[in-house]
Design a protein around this ligand. Structure first.
Ligand SMILES: [Fe+2]
Ligand SMILES: [Fe+2]
Length: 345
């Protein structure tokens, strides 16, 4: 694939010739004419989610952290390490995707996502600095180098991104998109639930609030990649081999389960190896279904064992993975009112 030209006087921005990839964009944000209407709605959702980490007071988490069990503290630190890696790589890689997207309304979303991933990355710094003792902070940032399970799963996703940078072929681009979808839609969630689990016991409430904001953003990113994949499949169906996508899903599920067992295991109230498997496979079924490939990946995994945590996650009513995403009520956390359209700029 060829990256789009930055300066392209011969470009054509008309709606008829606009394409999500392989188009002839001028790179002008001509947003009065939008071909992909979902991008318009998603933009307003993403902007309405604006948040700043420092508005959450973390001082009340300092004492409870000291009184977590050894297993809980290990899980807390380890999940942070994983989230830090994911948000760092997302912040850095999204522009590599955007170089090949030729619809300005979608370029805009990826730019907003990149800035949100930067906020997520900075929010971890705020959590680590507020709660973790000085002598242990670096070990959280470096854990991906020393923990074999963590290294392997980070390597899986990062290598897919790197392969496309080294050789920008169509099929590699398709893999990058699925990897993004899995990262945004599957990878974070056992970790998020761990924090909601602590919050349900009145523990680490500040951290859990930060996680809630991140969770809300990640769901919009997941929806974005769902739409991008669906649009590209309509244009270039053969970029995506169903068997290959299925293999990626199954590999990601296996890694998510083994990592969660490794870092949370059976020792923490409310989480067991059985619920981890139930939850991860249920979630994978939901995500798979949204991409429109048909069928089901995991028979018999039809229930979310952590449904009771949704009220803590601020995703209640959207627990069936945003089936009603655009109808969802505006959360009390929103700090800006939703724009009615591009004219409101
Ligand atoms: Fe993120
Ligand atoms: Fe994200």
């Amino acid at each position: 694939m060829e990256p789009k030209r930055l300066f392209n006087p011969e470009g054509d921005d008309s709606l008829e010739s606009r394409r999500i990839i392989g188009g002839n964009s001028t790179n002008i944000f001509n947003l009065n004419n939008v071909r992909y209407q979902w991008a318009n709605k998603l933009y307003r959702n993403m902007m309405a989610n604006f948040w700043i980490p420092e508005k959450t007071d973390l001082s009340s988490d300092i004492e409870p952290y000291k009184h977590l069990t050894v297993e809980e503290r290990q899980a807390y630190d380890g999940i942070l390490s994983f989230l830090i890696f994911l948000d760092s790589i997302q912040t850095n890689n999204l522009s590599n995707i955007n170089d090949y997207i030729t619809a300005p309304e979608v370029n805009l979303l990826l730019a907003i996502q990149q800035y949100q991933e930067a906020i997520h990355s900075q929010s971890y710094q705020y959590v680590v600095e507020s709660i973790i003792p000085t002598d242990r902070r670096n070990s959280i940032y470096d854990k991906w180098r020393t923990d074999k399970v963590l290294f392997e799963r980070n390597k899986y996703i990062a290598q897919i991104y790197q392969d496309f940078i080294d050789d920008p072929a169509e099929k590699k681009f398709a893999k990058v998109l699925i990897a993004n979808y899995l990262l945004e839609g599957l990878y974070f969630y056992n970790g998020f639930n761990f924090f909601y689990n602590l919050a349900s016991r009145n523990l680490m409430l500040g951290t859990s609030e930060i996680i809630r904001y991140i969770n809300r953003d990640e769901l919009t990113h997941c929806v974005m990649f769902e739409f991008i994949v669906r649009e590209i499949r309509e244009l270039e169906a053969d970029y995506f081999s169903v068997a290959e996508v299925e293999e990626m899903f199954r590999f990601a599920v296996d890694q998510e389960i083994s990592w969660t067992n490794h870092i949370i295991g059976d020792g923490i109230l409310g989480v067991s190896e059985a619920t981890t498997e139930m939850y991860t496979k249920w979630l994978a079924n939901e995500r798979w279904n949204k991409l429109g490939f048909g069928g089901k990946l995991y028979e018999g995994f039809d229930k979310n064992p952590y449904k009771h945590l949704e009220k803590l996650a601020d995703t209640e009513g959207e627990g069936d993975v945003k089936s009603n995403f655009f109808e969802s009520t505006v959360s009390a956390y929103n700090q800006s009112s939703v724009l009615d359209g591009w004219d409101d700029f």
